[in-house]
Write a protein that binds this ligand. Structure first.
Ligand SMILES: Cc1cc2nc3c(=O)[nH]c(=O)nc-3n(C[C@H](O)[C@H](O)[C@H](O)COP(=O)(O)OP(=O)(O)OC[C@H]3O[C@@H](n4cnc5c(N)ncnc54)[C@H](O)[C@@H]3O)c2cc1C
Length: 460
């Protein structure tokens, strides 16, 4: 007993949160024989990789495009859990009312060729000479960007980098869309370096090499936690971590409020991994526990907002499957007619559409009402008659101060897993390795934090 709180068993590691980062860390640690406790404040597991059911539709709480063949799948393999993700090898772009399929290789070249054609046609219609899309010049610049990636500083944005080679509006619009669809961030806000890390390391996961969960994200998460439990890992649902205990500069445990018995309990551990986001981690451990340089980095983190629409219909939304990126739209940058690949996520005969969009900048809180209006207007333009044959199941605007933004940090500004408190680590999408994004990035942070724990805490 300490401070009037009940003290329970000791664990090697306590993980705060059951999102992708937390479950990746838990999987790797139980697999290596560590005694692990996962605390999840909600009854539902998975955070932004989960499912909400409404009228028989299985709607994701976040991710829809799940990386295949990379870090996410590796977590499932680690515990021999079937990875029930239907691979979707196709990716499309919507440009000027037409849908174009990207080849699995050489997508940038194909995009530029499409642009050259559409720019020329548009120029003919308005009776002026279009600015040429010089694909060879841009492809050359891309090769240079990849070769020079480690010399590019953090302050050169991708847009400023691209403007050195072209000011063609169509080219700028297409890369704006590519970057928004991957990073939920504007091309003027992402460092060029981060984008070229993505390209040079072939980090297509979740964006280019992906699939959808056959029975919704939550069924994958529940299966993984079942396997974590089978290997001795413990999970407390509806258990809110209210304080990370730090003594003499070292993380020693967590105080948790359990809804089940309405008790506040202090749980001891040799290490704590937080999946609550870096800002929340600081709040839980207290600012006084961290050094000034670390606090400055955490205070400087910018989350990214997102606008999401979930719609149902009696007819298919499109005749193509997969993710469709939209170029030149107001707010919408991507939509996925999920049931074209995974019919089981809707009631028999019905169809589910998930769409993503965002404001022009992530620097300040968005005007959520206005951005949603812009998003819905885009949907009417992209899917003609949408409003008459589709039902809006749910709309969601996640602002930068939301508990669950799309990412806890702009890509390129993330923090490492280690904090300035010994044996306290952060996992999740405020800690993405450069170039990586979304689920694969969050899974990778869990793997890395587990590796750090394995180095510091030796099993007896
Ligand atoms: C709308 C949307 C669309 C997206 N689309 C894609 C996509 O298509 N592909 C892709 O790869 N990525 C996508 N992402 C991003 C992806 O979903 C996230 O990057 C990833 O799921 C984040 O995982 P995480 O590890 O940061 O954990 P989170 O999802 O943030 O989960 C953290 C968990 O910790 C719990 N927690 C927090 N505080 C406490 C506490 N004090 N005590 C106990 N528990 C606590 C939370 O309840 C939560 O369950 C999308 C995100 C959003 C929002």
């Amino acid at each position: 007993m300490s401070d009037g709180k009940v003290t329970t068993d000791k664990y090697d590691v306590i993980i705060i949160g059951s999102g992708m980062g937390g479950m990746a860390a838990a999987s790797m640690l139980v697999s290596a024989g560590y005694k692990v406790l996962v605390l999840e404040k909600y009854a539902r597991l998975g955070g932004r990789f989960s499912t909400v059911e409404y009228k028989g539709f299985k709607m994701p709480t976040g991710a829809i495009g799940i990386e295949t063949g990379g870090t996410v799948e590796r977590i499932f393999k680690e515990l021999n859990v079937p990875f029930e993700v239907e691979p979707e090898p196709r990716l499309f772009y919507w440009i000027d009312g037409n849908t174009y399929e990207m080849p699995s290789r050489g997508g940038v070249r194909a995009l530029l060729d499409i642009l050259a054609k559409t720019s020329g046609e548009r120029a003919k219609i308005v009776g002026r000479i279009g600015k040429e899309v010089a694909s060879a010049k841009i492809m050359g610049a891309f090769k240079k960007g990849i070769a020079d990636v480690d010399q590019l500083g953090r302050t050169l944005s991708f847009r400023d980098w691209l403007l050195q080679y072209t000011d063609n509006d169509d080219v700028l619009a297409v890369f704006r869309c590519v970057i928004f669809a991957m990073y939920s961030l504007s091309d003027a806000e992402i460092p060029a370096r981060t984008f070229f890390h993505f390209v040079s390391k072939g980090l297509g996961g979740g964006y280019r090499v992906y699939g959808h969960a056959r029975r919704g994200n939550l069924s994958l998460v529940e299966a993984l936690f079942q396997a974590i439990g089978d290997r001795g890992g413990e999970l407390w649902r509806s258990a809110n971590a209210t304080h990370i205990v730090v003594k003499d500069g070292v993380a020693r445990g967590v105080v948790v409020h359990r809804a089940e018995d309405d008790k506040e309990i202090e749980v001891e551990a040799q290490a704590v991994i937080s999946n609550a986001g870096p800002k929340k981690t600081v709040e839980l451990a207290g600012r006084e526990s961290f050094d000034q340089a670390y606090l400055k980095d955490v205070d400087g983190l910018h989350p990214c907002p997102i606008v999401t629409v979930y719609a149902g219909a009696e007819r298919p939304f499109t005749d193509v499957p997969g993710m469709i990126n939209t170029v030149g739209t107001r707010n919408l940058y991507q939509f996925a007619p999920v049931t074209n690949t995974c019919p089981e996520v809707a009631p028999p005969g019905k169809h589910l559409l998930v769409t993503f969009g965002g404001p022009p900048s992530s620097l300040h809180p968005m005007n959520a009402r206005l951005e949603l209006e812009r998003h819905l207007q885009d949907l009417k333009d992209v899917l003609p008659g949408f409003e008459s044959w589709a039902e809006l199941l749910r709309t969601d605007t996640r602002n930068i101060d939301d508990e669950w933004p799309v990412y806890h940090s702009w890509a390129g500004y993330d923090l490492p897993q280690k904090t300035s408190v010994r044996n306290l680590y952060n996992v999740g999408d405020g800690n993405k390795p450069s170039g990586m994004v979304g689920l694969p990035a969050s899974a990778e942070t869990g793997i890395r934090a587990a590796n750090e724990v394995k180095k510091t805490i030796k099993l007896k």
